[in-house]
Design a protein around this ligand. Structure first.
Ligand code: IMP
Ligand code: MG
Length: 176
């Protein structure tokens, strides 16, 4: 039986595959001759990153960052704490932040200022999902997979209480 908390499907697995491949091709074209570092934001972006990377044909390195944002289960506060920092220095390098979802934008805004202070040559964002109607701060997002409505999304890396990350599609959480 399907878990009753899994609601309407927002992005089908096939559409994820196609869109992620096409973003990978765009990145490959844009970063020719660069010193590209993909910064995966744990944990939600892991599935996106691993599919995306397979479609990036230019040389690149991979690094991880983990952040915690204080707030309720479904709302972030903008007060962000670094749980795991990058292993490598990024000064003078071409950094691309790979995020699962941009909601209020507060987490990403913190990441951009924190990484920006380390003087990368370029600093851009690639987000699988965005909820434009929830945005509290405007941010430059260079690559976006899909715009979704104001629903709490689960699957393809996104969790609710650490569950549902393994779903191969993105669905809305059915809240009681
Ligand atoms: P923001 O700071 O409000 O933009 O939220 C950023 C983080 O909150 C994302 O990177 C996700 O980890 C989490 N988040 C926001 N919206 C959702 C959602 O709909 N489903 C799962 N996680 C979410
Ligand atoms: Mg995240």
């Amino acid at each position: 039986m399907r878990d009753p908390a899994i609601g309407e499907i927002l992005v089908q697995a096939d559409d994820l595959r196609r869109r992620v491949a096409s973003i990978g091709e765009e990145i490959s074209a844009d970063y020719v001759g660069s010193d590209l570092v993909l910064v995966c934001v744990l944990k939600g972006a892991v599935l996106f990153l691993s599919d995306l990377m397979r479609n990036v044909s230019v040389p690149c390195e991979l690094d991880f960052m983990a952040v915690a944002s204080y707030g309720s289960a479904t709302d972030s506060s903008g007060v962000v704490r670094i749980l795991k920092d990058l292993d490598a220095a990024i000064e003078g390098r071409d950094v691309l932040i790979v995020e699962d979802i941009v909601d209020s934008g507060l987490t990403l805004s913190y990441l951009l200022s924190s990484l920006g202070a380390r003087s990368p040559r370029t600093l851009e964002v690639c987000a699988l999902l965005t909820k434009p109607t929830r945005r509290k701060v405007e941010l430059p997002i260079r690559y976006v997979g899909f715009e979704i409505p104001d629903r709490f999304a689960i699957g393809y890396g996104l969790d609710h209480g650490e569950r549902y990350r393994n779903l191969p599609y993105v669905a809305a959480l059915k809240q009681e």
